[in-house]
Design a protein around this ligand. Structure first.
Ligand code: SAM
Length: 188
């Protein structure tokens, strides 16, 4: 038996696992240390494809090494801001994963920021297939984090509820700025 809801990413992976199929095309919008990239790579299998973005070369280096070790060869690593994903992705996607904040064990000053985060959420919704899913884990304990959290939530509230189901989960139990988890499912 394993803890399921106690770690935000474990819970997100569980939900994504229900949606993502072998052969799917998916996006990791915030690669970081590659935890979601590896999860997605394994979830879509060798016939699927993962596009993973980060602006820091360090994230690409760490993730590349981990993917090699895990024998994953279905991932395209892209060093660019996620709002530019439309330049690289010419097909429709089944899922996109966002993990906002700074690179764990990296430079805490390099953080996701409201305009590019919202731009990237918009870009991924544009290329998301009907019934596709987006997950966003919002960490906001760092400087600038609360501003980003509020802008992202304000933006999500403007989404057309006939087109999208938007679910926000927040911890009651955790201390000190617990992550907020959002899922967006494209209905039509
Ligand atoms: N999912 C990651 C993992 O498994 O380790 C953690 C992601 S971390 C919370 C956020 C990442 O977003 C950082 O590595 C940061 O460099 C990256 N980032 C910040 N701004 C970005 C942007 N505009 N486009 C793409 N990535 C960005």
């Amino acid at each position: 038996n394993r803890l399921l809801i106690s770690r935000a990413t474990a819970f997100v992976h569980k939900i994504l696992q229900e949606k993502i199929q072998i052969g799917n095309i998916v996006v990791d919008a915030t690669m970081g240390n590659g935890n979601d990239t590896i999860f997605l790579s394994q979830a879509v299998g060798s016939n699927g494809k993962v596009y993973a973005f980060d602006i820091q070369q360090k994230a690409l280096d760490i993730t590349y090494k981990r993917l090699l070790e895990a024998n994953c060869n279905n991932v395209v690593l892209i060093r660019d801001s996620h709002e530019n994903m439309g330049i690289y992705i010419k097909e429709k996607i089944d899922a996109a994963v966002f993990n906002l904040g700074y690179l764990p064990k990296g430079d805490h000053k390099v953080i996701t920021k409201p305009p590019s985060t919202i731009g990237a959420i918009k870009s991924s919704l544009e290329i998301l297939k009907t019934k596709g899913i987006l997950s966003i884990v919002i960490y906001y304990g760092h400087e600038g984090g609360a501003i980003e959290k509020n802008s992202v939530i304000d933006f999500l509230e403007t989404l057309d509820n006939k087109k999208y189901s938007v679910l926000k989960c927040s911890y009651i139990s955790k201390e000190k700025n617990p992550p907020i988890i959002v899922f967006i499912e494209k209905i039509i």
